[in-house]
Design a protein around this ligand. Structure first.
Ligand SMILES: Cc1cc2nc3c(=O)[nH]c(=O)nc-3n(C[C@H](O)[C@H](O)[C@H](O)COP(=O)(O)OP(=O)(O)OC[C@H]3O[C@@H](n4cnc5c(N)ncnc54)[C@H](O)[C@@H]3O)c2cc1C
Ligand code: SF4
Length: 333
Protein backbone atom coordinates (compact mmCIF):
# COMPACT_ATOMS: atom_id res chain seq x y z
CA UNK A 1 0.00 0.00 0.00
CA UNK A 2 1.26 3.51 -0.77
CA UNK A 3 2.16 5.93 2.02
CA UNK A 4 -0.39 8.50 3.10
CA UNK A 5 -0.99 11.03 5.86
CA UNK A 6 -3.59 10.01 8.46
CA UNK A 7 -5.34 13.05 9.96
CA UNK A 8 -7.90 13.42 12.76
CA UNK A 9 -9.64 16.73 12.08
CA UNK A 10 -10.71 18.62 15.23
CA UNK A 11 -14.18 19.37 13.88
CA UNK A 12 -16.28 19.10 10.75
CA UNK A 13 -15.21 22.57 9.54
CA UNK A 14 -11.57 21.46 9.59
CA UNK A 15 -12.52 18.20 7.85
CA UNK A 16 -14.36 20.05 5.08
CA UNK A 17 -11.57 22.64 4.69
CA UNK A 18 -8.91 19.94 4.25
CA UNK A 19 -11.06 17.79 1.96
CA UNK A 20 -11.88 20.81 -0.20
CA UNK A 21 -8.23 20.88 -1.28
CA UNK A 22 -8.79 17.60 -3.16
CA UNK A 23 -8.85 17.62 -6.96
CA UNK A 24 -12.00 15.50 -6.96
CA UNK A 25 -14.36 13.75 -4.56
CA UNK A 26 -14.84 10.96 -7.09
CA UNK A 27 -12.59 8.11 -8.28
CA UNK A 28 -8.94 9.02 -7.71
CA UNK A 29 -9.62 11.49 -4.89
CA UNK A 30 -6.37 12.60 -3.26
CA UNK A 31 -8.13 13.30 0.06
CA UNK A 32 -10.59 10.76 1.49
CA UNK A 33 -12.70 10.62 4.63
CA UNK A 34 -12.64 7.29 6.43
CA UNK A 35 -15.54 5.79 8.39
CA UNK A 36 -15.28 2.07 9.07
CA UNK A 37 -12.66 1.67 6.34
CA UNK A 38 -14.16 -1.60 5.09
CA UNK A 39 -14.37 -0.29 1.52
CA UNK A 40 -11.60 2.30 1.49
CA UNK A 41 -8.77 0.27 3.05
CA UNK A 42 -9.51 -2.70 0.75
CA UNK A 43 -9.26 -0.44 -2.28
CA UNK A 44 -6.09 1.22 -0.97
CA UNK A 45 -4.46 -2.20 -0.55
CA UNK A 46 -5.35 -2.93 -4.17
CA UNK A 47 -3.99 0.49 -5.30
CA UNK A 48 -7.41 1.31 -6.76
CA UNK A 49 -7.57 4.22 -4.30
CA UNK A 50 -4.36 6.12 -3.51
CA UNK A 51 -5.30 9.14 -1.38
CA UNK A 52 -2.39 11.23 -0.08
CA UNK A 53 -4.48 12.23 2.95
CA UNK A 54 -7.04 10.16 4.87
CA UNK A 55 -9.30 12.09 7.26
CA UNK A 56 -10.65 10.06 10.18
CA UNK A 57 -14.13 11.38 10.97
CA UNK A 58 -14.95 8.83 13.66
CA UNK A 59 -14.46 11.30 16.53
CA UNK A 60 -16.80 13.89 15.03
CA UNK A 61 -20.28 14.05 16.61
CA UNK A 62 -22.12 12.06 13.95
CA UNK A 63 -22.73 8.81 15.84
CA UNK A 64 -26.31 9.35 17.07
CA UNK A 65 -29.71 8.09 15.99
CA UNK A 66 -32.36 10.63 17.02
CA UNK A 67 -36.05 11.35 16.45
CA UNK A 68 -36.74 14.45 14.34
CA UNK A 69 -39.45 16.99 15.30
CA UNK A 70 -41.63 15.88 12.35
CA UNK A 71 -41.71 12.27 13.58
CA UNK A 72 -38.92 11.02 11.34
CA UNK A 73 -35.42 9.78 12.14
CA UNK A 74 -31.97 11.37 11.95
CA UNK A 75 -29.10 8.92 11.44
CA UNK A 76 -25.54 10.18 11.93
CA UNK A 77 -22.93 9.52 9.26
CA UNK A 78 -20.74 7.42 11.56
CA UNK A 79 -23.55 5.33 13.08
CA UNK A 80 -22.45 1.71 12.65
CA UNK A 81 -24.61 -0.45 10.40
CA UNK A 82 -25.19 -2.90 13.31
CA UNK A 83 -26.39 -0.15 15.63
CA UNK A 84 -28.77 1.14 12.98
CA UNK A 85 -30.18 -2.30 12.14
CA UNK A 86 -30.87 -3.10 15.81
CA UNK A 87 -32.21 0.30 16.86
CA UNK A 88 -35.72 -0.11 18.36
CA UNK A 89 -37.25 2.67 16.24
CA UNK A 90 -35.78 1.19 13.07
CA UNK A 91 -37.03 -2.28 13.98
CA UNK A 92 -40.53 -0.93 14.67
CA UNK A 93 -41.02 1.76 12.00
CA UNK A 94 -38.43 1.14 9.29
CA UNK A 95 -38.16 -2.64 9.31
CA UNK A 96 -37.12 -2.76 5.65
CA UNK A 97 -33.94 -0.86 6.57
CA UNK A 98 -33.06 -3.24 9.37
CA UNK A 99 -33.68 -6.26 7.13
CA UNK A 100 -31.60 -4.83 4.29
CA UNK A 101 -28.61 -4.05 6.50
CA UNK A 102 -28.70 -7.45 8.20
CA UNK A 103 -28.70 -9.10 4.76
CA UNK A 104 -25.38 -7.42 3.92
CA UNK A 105 -21.78 -8.44 4.57
CA UNK A 106 -21.06 -10.13 7.93
CA UNK A 107 -21.63 -9.24 11.57
CA UNK A 108 -17.99 -8.14 11.95
CA UNK A 109 -18.19 -5.88 8.89
CA UNK A 110 -21.51 -4.39 9.98
CA UNK A 111 -19.96 -3.56 13.36
CA UNK A 112 -17.39 -1.39 11.54
CA UNK A 113 -19.31 -0.09 8.52
CA UNK A 114 -20.91 3.34 8.82
CA UNK A 115 -24.02 4.91 7.33
CA UNK A 116 -22.09 7.29 5.06
CA UNK A 117 -19.53 4.65 4.10
CA UNK A 118 -22.31 2.28 3.07
CA UNK A 119 -23.90 4.99 0.91
CA UNK A 120 -20.54 5.43 -0.79
CA UNK A 121 -19.38 1.83 -1.10
CA UNK A 122 -17.93 0.98 -4.50
CA UNK A 123 -18.83 -1.62 -7.10
CA UNK A 124 -17.53 -5.16 -6.81
CA UNK A 125 -16.87 -5.40 -10.58
CA UNK A 126 -13.66 -7.47 -10.71
CA UNK A 127 -12.04 -5.30 -13.39
CA UNK A 128 -12.52 -2.17 -11.30
CA UNK A 129 -10.61 -3.84 -8.47
CA UNK A 130 -7.72 -5.07 -10.66
CA UNK A 131 -5.29 -2.34 -11.72
CA UNK A 132 -3.80 -4.66 -14.37
CA UNK A 133 -7.07 -4.37 -16.31
CA UNK A 134 -8.62 -1.44 -18.15
CA UNK A 135 -11.74 0.06 -16.57
CA UNK A 136 -13.54 3.28 -17.49
CA UNK A 137 -14.65 3.80 -13.91
CA UNK A 138 -11.09 3.60 -12.56
CA UNK A 139 -9.29 5.11 -15.56
CA UNK A 140 -11.64 7.11 -17.77
CA UNK A 141 -11.31 6.24 -21.45
CA UNK A 142 -9.45 2.95 -20.91
CA UNK A 143 -12.41 0.73 -21.84
CA UNK A 144 -14.88 -1.66 -20.23
CA UNK A 145 -13.75 -5.30 -20.42
CA UNK A 146 -16.84 -6.37 -18.45
CA UNK A 147 -19.12 -5.80 -21.42
CA UNK A 148 -17.61 -8.77 -23.24
CA UNK A 149 -16.13 -10.44 -20.14
CA UNK A 150 -17.19 -11.59 -16.69
CA UNK A 151 -20.48 -9.78 -16.13
CA UNK A 152 -22.66 -12.36 -14.39
CA UNK A 153 -22.93 -10.19 -11.24
CA UNK A 154 -23.27 -6.90 -13.10
CA UNK A 155 -26.19 -4.63 -13.97
CA UNK A 156 -29.13 -4.93 -16.34
CA UNK A 157 -30.75 -1.56 -15.55
CA UNK A 158 -29.19 1.87 -16.01
CA UNK A 159 -26.15 0.61 -17.92
CA UNK A 160 -24.28 2.46 -20.65
CA UNK A 161 -21.79 1.46 -23.32
CA UNK A 162 -19.10 2.78 -20.93
CA UNK A 163 -19.96 0.89 -17.73
CA UNK A 164 -22.32 -1.86 -16.55
CA UNK A 165 -21.20 -2.06 -12.91
CA UNK A 166 -23.79 -2.82 -10.24
CA UNK A 167 -24.23 -0.71 -7.14
CA UNK A 168 -23.73 -3.42 -4.49
CA UNK A 169 -25.38 -1.86 -1.42
CA UNK A 170 -28.28 -3.51 0.37
CA UNK A 171 -28.84 -0.61 2.78
CA UNK A 172 -29.26 1.81 -0.12
CA UNK A 173 -32.18 -0.15 -1.57
CA UNK A 174 -34.09 0.32 1.67
CA UNK A 175 -33.05 3.99 1.85
CA UNK A 176 -34.51 4.43 -1.64
CA UNK A 177 -37.99 3.17 -0.67
CA UNK A 178 -37.91 5.05 2.61
CA UNK A 179 -37.24 8.25 0.63
CA UNK A 180 -34.24 9.21 2.72
CA UNK A 181 -32.54 12.58 2.46
CA UNK A 182 -28.76 12.85 2.57
CA UNK A 183 -27.32 15.85 4.43
CA UNK A 184 -23.98 17.28 3.42
CA UNK A 185 -21.67 19.89 4.85
CA UNK A 186 -19.65 21.48 2.07
CA UNK A 187 -17.53 24.51 1.40
CA UNK A 188 -20.67 26.61 0.85
CA UNK A 189 -22.46 25.35 3.98
CA UNK A 190 -24.99 22.57 4.52
CA UNK A 191 -27.28 21.16 1.84
CA UNK A 192 -29.75 18.28 1.55
CA UNK A 193 -30.10 15.86 -1.37
CA UNK A 194 -33.01 13.51 -2.01
CA UNK A 195 -31.82 9.91 -2.03
CA UNK A 196 -32.80 9.40 -5.67
CA UNK A 197 -30.61 12.32 -6.76
CA UNK A 198 -27.49 11.30 -4.82
CA UNK A 199 -26.12 8.47 -7.01
CA UNK A 200 -25.48 9.05 -10.71
CA UNK A 201 -26.02 6.78 -13.69
CA UNK A 202 -22.71 5.87 -15.41
CA UNK A 203 -23.50 7.46 -18.80
CA UNK A 204 -20.20 8.53 -20.36
CA UNK A 205 -18.68 9.41 -16.96
CA UNK A 206 -18.75 6.23 -14.84
CA UNK A 207 -15.95 7.59 -12.62
CA UNK A 208 -18.53 10.07 -11.26
CA UNK A 209 -20.76 7.98 -8.97
CA UNK A 210 -22.43 10.63 -6.82
CA UNK A 211 -23.08 14.37 -6.78
CA UNK A 212 -20.36 14.92 -4.16
CA UNK A 213 -17.78 17.68 -4.76
CA UNK A 214 -14.40 18.20 -3.04
CA UNK A 215 -14.93 19.03 0.63
CA UNK A 216 -18.40 17.49 0.82
CA UNK A 217 -18.84 15.62 4.09
CA UNK A 218 -21.96 13.50 4.61
CA UNK A 219 -23.07 14.45 8.13
CA UNK A 220 -26.32 12.50 8.46
CA UNK A 221 -29.31 10.94 6.74
CA UNK A 222 -32.92 11.68 7.62
CA UNK A 223 -35.95 9.47 7.10
CA UNK A 224 -39.44 10.96 6.84
CA UNK A 225 -42.09 9.78 9.32
CA UNK A 226 -43.00 6.14 8.73
CA UNK A 227 -46.01 5.32 6.55
CA UNK A 228 -48.73 4.32 8.96
CA UNK A 229 -49.81 0.69 8.62
CA UNK A 230 -47.22 -0.08 5.94
CA UNK A 231 -45.94 -3.57 5.34
CA UNK A 232 -42.19 -3.70 4.72
CA UNK A 233 -39.99 -6.44 3.28
CA UNK A 234 -36.43 -6.74 1.97
CA UNK A 235 -35.73 -9.92 0.05
CA UNK A 236 -32.23 -10.72 -1.20
CA UNK A 237 -31.33 -13.54 -3.57
CA UNK A 238 -27.67 -14.55 -3.82
CA UNK A 239 -25.37 -17.45 -4.61
CA UNK A 240 -25.10 -18.56 -0.97
CA UNK A 241 -27.12 -17.95 2.17
CA UNK A 242 -24.92 -15.26 3.71
CA UNK A 243 -21.83 -13.10 3.20
CA UNK A 244 -22.52 -12.57 -0.48
CA UNK A 245 -23.69 -9.69 -2.64
CA UNK A 246 -27.15 -9.73 -4.24
CA UNK A 247 -27.87 -11.22 -7.62
CA UNK A 248 -31.26 -9.56 -7.22
CA UNK A 249 -33.02 -8.00 -4.27
CA UNK A 250 -36.25 -6.12 -3.67
CA UNK A 251 -37.34 -3.59 -1.05
CA UNK A 252 -41.08 -3.17 -0.67
CA UNK A 253 -43.15 -0.73 1.41
CA UNK A 254 -46.88 -1.07 0.72
CA UNK A 255 -50.18 -0.30 2.36
CA UNK A 256 -53.29 -2.31 1.62
CA UNK A 257 -56.91 -1.36 2.35
CA UNK A 258 -60.00 -3.30 1.37
CA UNK A 259 -57.86 -5.76 -0.56
CA UNK A 260 -56.34 -3.03 -2.75
CA UNK A 261 -52.84 -1.57 -2.73
CA UNK A 262 -53.17 2.06 -1.61
CA UNK A 263 -49.50 3.02 -1.49
CA UNK A 264 -46.45 1.29 -2.96
CA UNK A 265 -42.77 2.02 -2.91
CA UNK A 266 -40.52 -0.43 -4.70
CA UNK A 267 -36.75 -0.59 -5.27
CA UNK A 268 -34.46 -3.27 -6.66
CA UNK A 269 -30.88 -4.18 -5.75
CA UNK A 270 -28.23 -6.26 -7.53
CA UNK A 271 -29.55 -5.27 -10.94
CA UNK A 272 -29.02 -1.51 -11.26
CA UNK A 273 -26.02 0.75 -11.77
CA UNK A 274 -27.47 2.79 -8.90
CA UNK A 275 -29.97 1.82 -6.17
CA UNK A 276 -32.97 1.22 -8.43
CA UNK A 277 -36.31 2.75 -7.45
CA UNK A 278 -39.07 1.54 -9.74
CA UNK A 279 -41.86 4.09 -10.33
CA UNK A 280 -43.10 1.73 -13.06
CA UNK A 281 -43.78 -1.06 -10.55
CA UNK A 282 -45.32 1.39 -8.10
CA UNK A 283 -47.71 2.77 -10.75
CA UNK A 284 -48.66 -0.77 -11.75
CA UNK A 285 -49.67 -1.59 -8.17
CA UNK A 286 -51.47 1.41 -6.71
CA UNK A 287 -55.24 1.06 -6.87
CA UNK A 288 -55.03 -2.61 -7.91
CA UNK A 289 -56.04 -5.73 -6.03
CA UNK A 290 -53.24 -7.01 -3.81
CA UNK A 291 -52.64 -10.44 -5.31
CA UNK A 292 -50.28 -12.64 -7.28
CA UNK A 293 -51.42 -11.57 -10.76
CA UNK A 294 -50.92 -7.87 -10.12
CA UNK A 295 -47.66 -8.47 -8.27
CA UNK A 296 -46.32 -10.23 -11.35
CA UNK A 297 -47.51 -7.35 -13.56
CA UNK A 298 -45.64 -4.92 -11.33
CA UNK A 299 -42.51 -7.05 -11.65
CA UNK A 300 -42.88 -7.13 -15.45
CA UNK A 301 -43.14 -3.33 -15.42
CA UNK A 302 -40.05 -2.97 -13.21
CA UNK A 303 -37.89 -5.02 -15.59
CA UNK A 304 -39.40 -3.81 -18.90
CA UNK A 305 -36.31 -1.77 -19.79
CA UNK A 306 -33.77 -4.33 -18.56
CA UNK A 307 -30.85 -4.98 -20.90
CA UNK A 308 -29.16 -8.34 -20.35
CA UNK A 309 -25.38 -8.65 -20.63
CA UNK A 310 -23.68 -11.72 -22.11
CA UNK A 311 -23.73 -13.70 -18.82
CA UNK A 312 -26.55 -12.25 -16.75
CA UNK A 313 -29.77 -12.59 -18.75
CA UNK A 314 -31.01 -14.86 -15.95
CA UNK A 315 -31.24 -11.81 -13.69
CA UNK A 316 -34.32 -10.51 -15.50
CA UNK A 317 -36.54 -13.42 -14.48
CA UNK A 318 -34.77 -13.72 -11.12
CA UNK A 319 -35.49 -10.07 -10.29
CA UNK A 320 -39.13 -10.46 -11.36
CA UNK A 321 -39.57 -13.47 -9.10
CA UNK A 322 -37.73 -11.69 -6.29
CA UNK A 323 -40.07 -8.71 -6.41
CA UNK A 324 -43.20 -10.87 -6.80
CA UNK A 325 -42.18 -12.97 -3.80
CA UNK A 326 -41.29 -9.90 -1.73
CA UNK A 327 -44.76 -8.48 -2.39
CA UNK A 328 -46.41 -11.79 -1.46
CA UNK A 329 -44.36 -11.88 1.74
CA UNK A 330 -45.33 -8.29 2.55
CA UNK A 331 -49.01 -9.31 2.43
CA UNK A 332 -48.39 -11.51 5.46
CA UNK A 333 -45.92 -9.18 7.22
C1 LIG B 1 -16.13 -9.01 2.37
C2 LIG B 1 -17.17 -7.95 2.24
C3 LIG B 1 -18.48 -8.30 2.01
C4 LIG B 1 -19.48 -7.31 1.88
N1 LIG B 1 -20.77 -7.68 1.63
C5 LIG B 1 -21.72 -6.70 1.49
C6 LIG B 1 -23.07 -7.02 1.21
O1 LIG B 1 -23.46 -8.19 1.10
N2 LIG B 1 -23.96 -5.99 1.08
C7 LIG B 1 -23.58 -4.69 1.22
O2 LIG B 1 -24.42 -3.81 1.10
N3 LIG B 1 -22.31 -4.35 1.48
C8 LIG B 1 -21.38 -5.32 1.61
N4 LIG B 1 -20.08 -4.97 1.85
C9 LIG B 1 -19.73 -3.57 1.80
C10 LIG B 1 -19.85 -2.86 3.13
O3 LIG B 1 -21.23 -2.69 3.42
C11 LIG B 1 -19.15 -1.52 2.97
O4 LIG B 1 -17.77 -1.77 2.85
C12 LIG B 1 -19.42 -0.59 4.14
O5 LIG B 1 -20.78 -0.29 4.26
C13 LIG B 1 -18.65 0.70 3.94
O6 LIG B 1 -18.75 1.47 5.10
P1 LIG B 1 -17.42 2.02 5.80
O7 LIG B 1 -17.84 2.94 6.90
O8 LIG B 1 -16.49 0.93 6.19
O9 LIG B 1 -16.82 2.86 4.59
P2 LIG B 1 -15.36 3.42 4.35
O10 LIG B 1 -14.52 2.36 3.76
O11 LIG B 1 -14.84 4.10 5.57
O12 LIG B 1 -15.69 4.54 3.27
C14 LIG B 1 -16.26 4.20 2.02
C15 LIG B 1 -16.24 5.46 1.15
O13 LIG B 1 -17.07 6.46 1.72
C16 LIG B 1 -16.37 7.65 1.95
N5 LIG B 1 -16.91 8.24 3.18
C17 LIG B 1 -17.05 7.62 4.37
N6 LIG B 1 -17.68 8.44 5.24
C18 LIG B 1 -17.94 9.59 4.57
C19 LIG B 1 -18.60 10.80 4.91
N7 LIG B 1 -19.11 10.99 6.12
N8 LIG B 1 -18.71 11.77 3.98
C20 LIG B 1 -18.20 11.59 2.73
N9 LIG B 1 -17.56 10.46 2.36
C21 LIG B 1 -17.45 9.47 3.27
C22 LIG B 1 -14.91 7.23 2.06
O14 LIG B 1 -14.03 8.28 1.72
C23 LIG B 1 -14.85 6.10 1.05
O15 LIG B 1 -14.69 6.62 -0.25
C24 LIG B 1 -19.11 -5.94 2.01
C25 LIG B 1 -17.79 -5.59 2.27
C26 LIG B 1 -16.81 -6.56 2.39
C27 LIG B 1 -15.40 -6.15 2.66
S1 SF4 C 1 -18.39 -2.37 -15.73
FE1 SF4 C 1 -17.67 -0.36 -15.05
S2 SF4 C 1 -16.41 -0.88 -13.28
FE2 SF4 C 1 -16.60 -2.77 -14.49
S3 SF4 C 1 -14.90 -2.77 -15.99
FE3 SF4 C 1 -16.61 -1.77 -16.98
S4 SF4 C 1 -16.21 0.39 -16.56
FE4 SF4 C 1 -15.03 -0.74 -15.06
Amino acid sequence: MHTFEFIRPADSEAAVATASQAKTAQQGADVRFIGGGTTLIDLMKLNVETPARVLDINRLPFDKIEATPDGGLKIGATVRNSDLAHHPTVLRDYAVLSQAILNGASAQLRNMATTAGNLLQRTRCMYFRDTAMPCNKREPGSGCPAITGANRMLAILGTSEHCIATNPSDMCIAMAVLEATIHIQGTKGPRAISFGDFHLLPGSTPHRETVLEPGDLVTHVTLPPPISGSKQVYLKLRDRASYEFALASAAVVITIAGGNVTKARIALGGVGTKPWRSPEAEAALVGKAAGAANFRKAAEAALRNAKPQTENGFKIELAKRCLTHALQTAMNA
